[in-house]
Design a protein around this ligand. Structure first.
Ligand code: MGD
Ligand code: MGD
Ligand code: SF4
Ligand code: MO
Length: 725
């Protein structure tokens, strides 16, 4: 086997070859050094010369070898015949897929085909560039993705305030002296909407320099452990905390938006919206004392370079969109947006923003519950009911790509059932997981190491402007296909045009591949040579720098780079504050506090997991069982639960049984279960994962619990009861 060698690749006498690339498993974009001998991987280490990560990696990087060598990974298309998987040729697989999809759409209409694109698509250059092509060809309104169990609120805020769905600010972690973190655990997750390798040391260096890291979280997390302060908060109550923080800011005359004043009309109107929410009024509901809330605000206002950042825990809850909006507003009112050490915007070399639409909200609705669509996608909490409810527009077939919604979206058991009812499912994935085990055909792409990589999304969301291209490390095996080749083939065949022009266009696209598009984006981007295409940033330039190119710190870019018509930040108060009556109803009405399910369920990430799909790596699942329900000692003793005893956790939609882990890490009244487990349904291709099955927390989360402004799922703060068995 030949290996693609970048210019700086060294080869020594043992025919060992050293390759440099970016780990694409999470958002941190760590540079890795992989030594190979022929087809053999000898080692995977951090690349000390990487301009962004400087040698840092986490244990998941070595799992790239396990993924590549995994005998359970599919290498050829398979078809299910009488319940058994049989390998078939690519030609037959495409042919059958297109025939079935056409038949379903002909019989029931375009919308009868649903799609689900999972998280790994955004870590994949080919899918990023060509996924849209397939969606366009299917012409269905029933498009779903992992966005609506994740960052949907951030897109809506970016779209409404800054004029483009991808214009999302990131905390300038290296230049801040006061980092207020709400509902994120970057030490385990390695950061999200904040690509930041080695976050632990970066956080530590804030406190070493005399600054503060403050964590607001219902669990004393790995991040809280190294913080200067940690405050427990009752799950789902962040909206009240933020309202009271803004209230304090205005009441104590601490608001000082500075130069943002001119570009944020309406900023002082927020005072009216937050007036009813004094720290005293929200204290009991949040579990944070009024005096502490005031101190949080005063300390923030006093700091030189403070920043407030919130993620999953704050985004994916009942008032997730309003909460994230208030976090941005809090930064604006403190003059901390687009300011050094505050929330800043990147200037990526390949500027995805200028190649995508601004976004639109509410143009489409889901069929049964009329949940709002965003940018042509519907909230995934509506997927099961749109398959199961009979009638006009019912989803009868699914096209799935790199996702596992049975484990990753609310009420997974219902979706599992719904998938059984389909007439047809095709999946583009290299594993048979809990979702695509219901497929008729699976089209597997090559392994991660057999394809090139460039992070179109994560350079856009990184704490520094950098750019790096990774060539394919191994040449792909004969008769295999990349994700983008599968997408283009399928789109072409669905288009069904056989005229010369269509054939030539298709051949040309296949010939050029993602590299040509990437090169064009780089050359026409902010570091490109403009009209002189031989100068400036290009793919060739990146190929010559296998450790990446550093393009400098984040710099202020407003108002110039705003995508709003008038170059102003549009607070859109009417849209966001429309949620306040619901907030009042939820927390302050008479019936608000009664519940037969007294515990509040939250999630948990572990550095050796990645959503649902790294449990088939022996080295990542070894050690003690991580799929436990954490419960506070007082709650455990009141319920007579012993450590590691099996307990039953029950919600409105389902129940699971798993071992209890008694720990003061979680707040009283809160229980925590990690997501991505539940490999106990049978029929997957994952032998190791099935042996470390655990249970799925999303058999408890509720598809009917929704963040009303966005349609995003509610995965944190789910009411449950718990009982010793
Ligand atoms: N309760 C709870 N649920 C959650 C969360 C939570 O915090 N709590 N987190 C949510 C979040 S943030 C997310 S992003 C979702 C993730 O949810 P999903 O995106 O639905 O699930 P993943 O586990 O990421 O799906 C991985 C699948 O993609 C395949 N895959 C990996 N790489 C590739 C590739 O390059 N090409 C192809 N074709 N396939 C590939 C894998 O084999 C695997 O089958 O889960 C969500 N679910
Ligand atoms: N190791 C690992 N890394 C990952 C992933 C993974 O699965 N494993 N997934 C990747 C993906 S897809 C994403 S989106 C990112 C997510 O990255 P993060 O946003 O950092 O995600 P979490 O680790 O889930 O952190 C959410 C925190 O919110 C807390 N929380 C829960 N409910 C509430 C609440 O109501 N209020 C507050 N204030 N806090 C709450 C939880 O206790 C948890 O500590 O991680 C990415 N990186
Ligand atoms: S932190 Fe993320 S990018 Fe870095 S090695 Fe781990 S999984 Fe890969
Ligand atoms: Mo995610």
């Amino acid at each position: 086997m030949t290996t693609t060698q970048s210019p700086k690749t060294k080869a020594n006498s043992d025919k060992q070859t050293t390759h440099y690339r970016t780990c694409n498993l999470c958002e941190a974009m760590c540079g890795i050094e992989i030594v190979t001998s022929g087809k053999q991987i000898l080692s995977i280490k951090g690349d000390k010369q990487d301009t962004f990560s400087h040698g840092h990696i986490c244990p998941k990087a070595t799992a790239l070898q396990d993924l590549h060598e995994d005998p359970d990974r599919l290498r050829q298309p398979v078809e299910k015949v009488n319940g058994e998987w049989k390998e078939i040729s690519w030609e037959a697989a495409f042919e059958k897929t297109v025939t079935y999809i056409n038949a379903v759409q002909k019989k029931y209409g375009r919308d009868a085909v649903g799609t689900y694109f999972g998280n790994p698509n955004v870590h994949n250059l080919g899918s990023m560039l060509y996924g849209r092509e397939l969606l366009h060809e299917l012409k269905t309104k029933n498009k779903f993705s992992a966005t609506s169990v994740d960052q949907l609120p951030h897109h809506i805020i970016a779209h409404k305030l800054f004029g483009h769905q991808l214009k999302m600010p990131v905390p300038d972690i290296d230049n801040c002296d006061h980092f207020l973190i709400i509902g994120a655990n970057p030490v385990a997750s390695n950061g999200s909407i904040m690509s930041v390798p080695d976050v632990k040391n970066r956080l530590k260096s804030i406190t070493k320099k005399g600054g503060q890291v403050i964590v607001i979280d219902p669990r004393l997390t790995e991040t809280a452990e190294i913080a200067s302060q940690h405050h427990f908060i009752k799950p789902g109550s962040d909206v009240l905390l933020l309202l009271a923080m803004l209230n304090t800011l205005f009441n104590e005359k601490l608001a000082k938006p500075g130069r943002l004043k001119e570009i944020t009309p309406d900023w002082n109107q927020l005072a009216i919206d937050v007036a009813p929410y004094s720290p005293e009024r929200v204290a009991q509901h949040t579990g944070i004392e009024a005096s502490e809330i005031r101190l949080l605000v005063r300390d923030f206002a006093k700091a030189k370079a403070p920043v407030c950042y919130g993620r999953m825990g704050a985004s994916v809850q009942t008032f997730g969109t309003l909460t994230q909006y208030l976090i941005i507003a809090f930064n604006i009112l403190n003059g901390r947006l687009d300011a050094r050490g505050g929330m800043m915007f990147t200037q990526p070399a390949a500027d995805l923003i200028s190649h995508t639409g601004k976004g639109h909200l509410g143009r489409t609705q889901s069929r049964v519950r009329q949940l709002p669509g965003f940018s042509g996608e519907l909230p995934v909490s509506a997927l099961a009911e749109d398959i199961l409810t009979e009638g006009e527009g019912q989803i009868k077939a699914m096209v799935m790509m790199a996702g596992n919604p049975v484990l990753s979206t609310p009420n997974g058991q219902q979706l599992d059932k719904a998938f059984q009812n389909l007439d047809f499912m095709v999946s583009i994935d290299f594993y048979i997981n809990e979702s695509n085990r219901h497929a008729d055909i699976i089209l597997p792409p090559v392994s991660i190491l057999e394809r090139s990589h460039y992070d179109l999304i994560f350079h856009l969301l990184a704490v520094r402007n950098t750019a790096k291209y990774s060539p394919a490390l191994f040449k792909a095996e004969e008769n295999t296909k990349q994700d983008w080749e599968i997408l283009l083939e399928l789109s072409h065949k669905l288009r069904g045009k056989t005229d010369l022009k269509s054939q030539v266009m298709h051949k040309l696209k296949m010939f050029l591949g993602p590299e040509a598009q990437l090169d064009l984006m780089l050359r026409t981007g902010p570091y490109g040579g403009g009209l002189n295409i031989l100068k400036g940033m290009s793919l060739r330039k990146l190929k010559a720098q296998p450790h990446g190119i550093d393009l400098g710190e984040l710099k202020p870019v407003l108002p110039r780079s705003l995508k709003t018509k008038d170059k102003k930040i549009q607070l859109n108060r009417a849209f966001f504050m429309a949620d306040l009556p619901r907030v009042n109803q939820h927390f302050f009405s008479e019936e608000a506090n009664e519940s037969a399910r007294p515990f509040s369920l939250i999630g948990r990430r572990h550095v050796r997991s990645n959503n649902s799909w790294l449990h088939n790596s022996k080295r990542l699942v070894k050690g003690k069982n991580r799929c436990t329900v954490m419960i506070h000692p007082y709650d455990a003793s009141a319920l007579k639960i012993e450590n590691l005893q099996t307990v039953k956790v029950e919600s409105r939609v389902g129940q699971v049984e798993l071992p209890a882990e008694i720990t003061e890490e979680v707040m009283q009244g809160v229980v925590s279960i990690p997501h991505g487990f539940g490999h106990n349904r049978g029929g997957t291709g994952w032998k190791i994962a099935e042996a470390h099955a655990g249970v799925s927390v999303n058999d408890l989360t509720d598809d009917m619990q929704i963040d009303a402004l966005s349609g995003n799922a509610v995965l944190n703060g789910v009411p449950v009861s718990i009982q010793a068995l």
